[in-house]
Design a protein around this ligand. Structure first.
Ligand SMILES: [Zn+2]
Length: 390
């Protein structure tokens, strides 16, 4: 089967002539006016449409800058080895105030060497023009189709949690690894930093906060990529399909109430899921999600929910006597759910889990009762959010 993989390539504009710099700057400013309510802002017509969408979908705060959305049919990137100034050029749609209509400018760009193979016309999607530290960048979105294997020997089940961003268990022998405690440490560190800055009321505190926020998300993101690499390596070793618990279905009025609610809001689960899915698909490996409700309170061995977590980090089953690491227990349930072995909630009846023939997971070397796995939602990497306007 095939999966769509989305990569965002950061392309830097350089050596702009005065005229081109002015046109880019003008378009960017007009876009900000348009997303913040100015209906008369002059923009390239397709870009103006996008501004309307950003305005109605995101209702951006007045003090934020929004990336200019460039529609895919209006942009082109080309390689030109013969030009001295730059070997890559980008066609950027802008409004031309002299001609009083839409126009395009070719601007020189720098492209990371490792990404140049991604650029074919069919793969370019809607992209973004952003400004950062006085420089212009296009976040060029490329989508392509990759083949993923149909059959696997094992399941690597991933449970995302508050203590560890991921706990992974191989279904065959329950071999378990804990990943990414660092993410939590980084978050705590920045939380404390922000607190202390807030108290001292540093001049231009907002700017410092923004830098901190940027640095934190870059550090966390780096950690998430590390965790994803660890998980892929584990899956490769056992030729395993990757399955993770989908955190989006959690309710506030859950057994664990406040804890679970906090858990979903403070940790970057969606990002972890996106990165993991992306890396798995590039590796030619299927990566799917299963609903994670009750996986933390169900005994993986007998399916009973008559369990307790009185001892920190342990799950005890009052029916079969299991005493297990709680995260390992949760991951085991996720793995079982994916192959339809979940005793209390078989895949075929698990609500939102819809079986699609092309996403069926077949395990080789295991006996019978294989059920189709759920359909993975579109977990392509999302475009960046707006950044505070300074
Ligand atoms: Zn039990």
């Amino acid at each position: 089967m095939r999966r769509e993989v989305t990569t965002t390539v950061r392309v830097k504009l350089h050596s702009l002539t005065e005229r081109k710099a002015r046109l880019v700057e003008r378009e960017y400013t007009a876009f900000q006016d348009a997303v913040h309510g100015d209906d008369d802002a002059n923009l390239y017509s397709a870009t103006k449409q996008q501004a309307g969408k950003v305005r109605s979908n995101k209702n951006p705060r007045a003090d934020t800058d929004q990336p200019v959305v460039l529609r895919n049919d209006c942009i082109t990137i080309e390689h030109d080895e013969d030009t001295v100034l730059s070997s890559w050029w980008f066609k950027l749609p802008v409004y031309n105030p002299e001609k009083e209509h839409g126009d395009s400018v070719w601007v020189p760009v720098r492209v990371p060497e490792k990404d140049t193979h991604l650029f074919t016309d069919e793969c370019i999607r809607d992209s973004e023009l952003v400004q950062r530290d006085g420089e212009w960048y296009v976040h060029l979105v490329c989508k392509r189709s990759v083949a993923v294997a149909d059959a696997y020997d094992d399941v690597l089940a991933v449970d995302m949690g508050a203590k560890w961003i991921a706990v992974s268990t191989l279904l065959s022998d329950r071999d378990t690894t804990f990943h990414g405690a660092e993410v939590r440490r980084v978050r705590e560190h920045y939380k404390q930093l922000r607190k202390s800055i807030g108290k001292r009321k540093v001049r231009s505190g907002a700017k410092v906060m923004e830098r901190l926020g940027d640095k934190e998300s870059r550090t966390v993101e780096h950690e998430l990529y590390q965790v994803a690499n660890e998980l892929i390596a584990r899956a490769q070793e056992r030729n395993a399909v990757i399955v993770f618990g989908d955190m989006t279905g959690l309710r506030v009025d859950n057994d664990e109430g406040r804890y679970v609610n906090d858990k979903t809001h403070k940790m970057p689960y969606a990002k972890m899921a996106n990165i993991l899915t992306y890396k798995a698909h590039l590796d030619g490996r299927e990566c799917i999600s299963v609903k994670e409700h009750n996986t933390s309170v169900t005994c993986w061995r007998c399916g009973s929910k008559n369990t307790s977590r009185e001892v920190q980090g342990r799950l005890e089953c009052h029916d079969c006597g299991l005493d297990d690491n709680a995260d390992k227990n949760g991951a085991s349930n996720i793995g079982q759910r994916a192959v339809g072995k979940d005793i209390t909630s078989p895949l075929s009846t698990a609500g939102a889990v819809v079986a699609q023939p092309e996403t069926q997971v077949v395990l080789e070397g295991t006996s019978g009762e294989m059920e189709p796995a759920n359909s993975p939602e579109d977990v392509g990497l999302t475009l960046s959010e707006g950044s505070p306007r300074l």
